[in-house]
Design a protein around this ligand. Structure first.
Ligand SMILES: C[S@@+](CC[C@H](N)C(=O)[O-])C[C@H]1O[C@@H](n2cnc3c(N)ncnc32)[C@H](O)[C@@H]1O
Length: 331
């Protein structure tokens, strides 16, 4: 007899094991290899020094879940998984990066372990996951910025600096600065600039985007565009509303009267929001609550920007579930 409550629960266990298996397959490079070619699992295991039987068990599980296809000992992504490929970066950035916290959830709840104390998210997986989704995330944002004219751009909380390099690639005379307080993000950003041949036009600084005045003198000379992509909700944690407005005001002052701000954020789910069918945001919100980040609503950001002396010129969807992008001027 059908048992829909049991099936409902099995949906969660399936999602858990499928996600965890996909994440491992992404980390070890199997998803990448199986996208381009058929992977002979025995050979592949030998080349990577993995246990062939366990690797085959993982691959067979992914076959059962229609994520891989099997022909003898050769595996490749199923059609369904190939369609998902541009979004696989969510696995490290949305799940893997927060694993250290969620693997210790009971200890975290009991305050035996604390975020920022003996626990951290994986900054490497945040940066590499976002990089892997470059096409998906940046297509829309590049279009949104098409008509913004600028001479110099600062990327606040630059992560891997993908948007910064896209913007700089537009014209040879453009200059840029990327700021991030995590060394792994700075290293990834420098690699991006190097790869794109832009190292001579941009500097990556390890520093605090909320303390712009502490950065070396002249850092912001000629800067008239600031981008703050998925970073202000990090700044918003542990600060009062007035303190966040102060940070925004510092950005406005740094930019000057002709400056523009491009800010990308994800709105919090309202307390009376839908209980079913909402993809991504509830989990995004959950991981953020446990890692010193605080999502708020679009209207809250808009009113804080106004208080900081900025005016939202337009708001657009940012190409990732419920994320929005403000283009603001210094009013
Ligand atoms: C979710 S990542 C987004 C990275 C990048 N903007 C992107 O969209 O790919 C947020 C980044 O902001 C950085 N960050 C957070 N607070 C910061 C602060 N106060 N100063 C500098 N960097 C900060 C983090 O280290 C992280 O690299």
């Amino acid at each position: 007899m059908a048992n829909s409550a049991q099936d409902d629960l099995f949906g969660y266990t399936e999602a858990y094991y499928a996600t965890r298996s996909l994440l491992a397959a992404w980390r070890i490079g199997l998803l990448d290899a199986a996208q381009h070619d058929q992977v002979d699992i025995g050979d592949w295991a030998a080349a990577q020094d993995f246990d062939p039987d366990l690797l085959r068990a993982l691959a067979d599980y992914l076959v059962l879940r229609d994520l891989l296809e099997r022909d003898g000992d050769a595996y490749r992504l199923s059609e369904r998984a190939r369609a998902m490929y541009p979004y696989f970066g969510y696995l490290p950035s949305h799940v893997g990066a927060y694993e250290p916290i969620f693997n210790a959830l009971e200890d975290v709840l009991a305050r035996r372990r604390t975020y920022g104390g003996d626990l951290d998210r994986s900054h490497q997986e945040v940066a590499s996951g976002m990089s892997a989704m470059e096409e998906h995330l940046l297509g829309q944002l590049t279009r949104i910025t098409d008509d913004i004219r600028f001479h110099g751009v600062v990327d606040l909380g630059c992560g891997s600096a993908r948007l910064l390099s896209k913007l700089l690639a537009r014209e040879p005379g453009l200059r840029g600065v990327g700021i991030d307080h995590e060394e792994v993000a700075c290293a990834e950003a420098r690699r991006t600039l190097e790869r794109e041949g832009l190292s001579d036009r941009a500097t990556i600084l390890r520093g605090d985007a909320t303390r712009l005045h502490e950065l070396p003198a002249g850092t912001f000379d000629g800067i008239d565009l600031a981008i703050a992509m998925f970073v202000m909700h990090e700044v918003n944690y542990g600060r009062t509303r007035d303190e966040v407005v102060r940070c925004l005001r510092d950005i406005a002052e740094m930019l000057g009267p002709d400056g523009r701000l491009l800010m990308v954020e994800v709105s919090r789910v309202p307390a009376d929001g839908p209980r079913r069918g909402l993809r991504f945001i509830p989990e995004y919100q959950l991981t953020h609550e446990f890692s010193h980040q605080r999502l708020i609503g679009r209207d809250d950001w808009e009113s804080m920007l106004a208080e900081a002396g900025m005016k939202v010129l337009r708001t657009e969807p940012a190409g990732i579930c419920e994320a929005f992008c403000f283009v603001a001027s210094v009013a």
